[in-house]
Design a protein around this ligand. Sequence first.
Ligand SMILES: [Zn+2]
Length: 551
Amino acid sequence: MQVIRLSRPGAPRTLPEKVYEMILATRLEMRCTKRKILLLYASNAPFGGNVVGLEAAAWRYFGRSADDLSWGESAMLAVLPNAPGLIHPGRARERLLEKRNALLDKLEAKGVLDPTECMLAKDEPLPDKPLAMPDAAYHLLERCRAESGDGPYELTLDATLQTRVNAIAKRYFDMYHTNLVDNMGILVADVHTGEIRAYYGNTRGCASRLRGADVDMIPAARSSGSTLKPLLYGAMLDAGEILPTSLVKDTPYNYNNFSPHNYGRTFDGAVPAHEVIERSLNVPSVRMLEQFGAERFLQILQKLGFTTIDKDADHYGLSLILGGAEISLQTLARAYYYLAAELAGDPVYEEFAYRADAHRDRLPARRIPISRAAAYLTFDALSNANRPEEEASWMDFATGRKIAWKTGTSWGNRDAWSVGVTRDWVVAVWVGNSDGEGRSGVTGVSYASPVMFDVFSALPGAAWFARPTDEMTQIEVCHESGFPASDLCPQRDTIWVPDIEEQPDMCRYHRLVHLDAAGRYQVNSSCCPPEERKCAPKCASSSRPRRSGTT
Ligand SMILES: [Zn+2]
């Protein structure tokens, strides 16, 4: 009868209504088990104020799930639906206490509780004022609600991790808020399962009435900054157009009035490709994209699931590699997840899962357009934390754990990105203002990376990828130029590269030239007879500045 009454709010208390409810109750009794009826009652009963349902009441009054309540607490909730007004402070609470204790006495009389249990339960005080409802993953729940209505939902989140991520975000928010940087998004996914373990959509709850904090930053499209550079590096390794060691020009560049500069506004002349990625150099990246082709790279990005990059190559031009296109935390994390899962030999799913109750039959991803060999070399370059372009004092973090990570900063300091990958985890962080206001000093390395590394330190596991030697081969490269060594290269190094047919051309920097008898001038047959010439290897790369710590 009570379940039926709950299902008919506002019905009049008249005899005909009562009779009708009896008929409905009889039907319910015939159709459902007692257990099911009890479940319906527990889910819909009023528990005072606007609290509906036993589970909500347990959290509201005791801050715990109904499974975890004591006898005293359970008894209080059991008597409350018959008189929900008794939860209010004052005299009503004495009556609530009496009712609760009467129930506990009844349980003792029936032998459910022994006398000691009953006495201890009756000693428990009633809860004080109601607690705030837990709101640990507001934006994800809103997302589920928008997708499929009111829950409940079973999520893939790790409650402990989510709580820690929330606490980390709050700590950084307190710092960033002083610079009027108010919004943040954090996504943590498990590489093995493709499941989201922590979903922090924004800084809701960090301060009251915060601008933009209701916006879920996980799917929001924002300028990519430098975060796509490593994917170009991977694609070019696969195409045999670069080697990790091969030199890329780093000289002033102008293309249709597009004239990028490096972060430090300096030029190195030429740098090995892996260093372009490690130091996130803009000018050589633009040259690499010009060589590879924006159209071709766009296709790679689309295969990697960047659905917000949907214009054609002419629209983006070469600025595609410097933040000209928009990505979201979700697509960024997912692309890095694809590479990590493929490299680790885990199943690669098209989508992250966040609903344990709805994503059991997930689609496998399309073919990943970057090979395991190239992914390994890319992550290897990204694990070198020594980045002179963006030095910061907190760099000490990396001791003991290898993480491949990439930062990004959009034009006008509007977006700070940091994405990191290990064998087990993908962590992606965005910091900025959701209304798009840029603030001075907001860069990926100074705002997003510290958050990302704190999240990593809250995660277990420190495994690194095994080198996919089945897809790789060792070749000799010129020590000076990093290209495949010719017979003339004086010093060679052996490196691992993707095992593909196309490799870059031989070193062009060491070649044979003819000199005069004194060995002073370069000559040819028009100025010098052959018997007076002498052969000598010439090093055309001697102008290249040496950097310490490079290979
Ligand atoms: Zn050479």
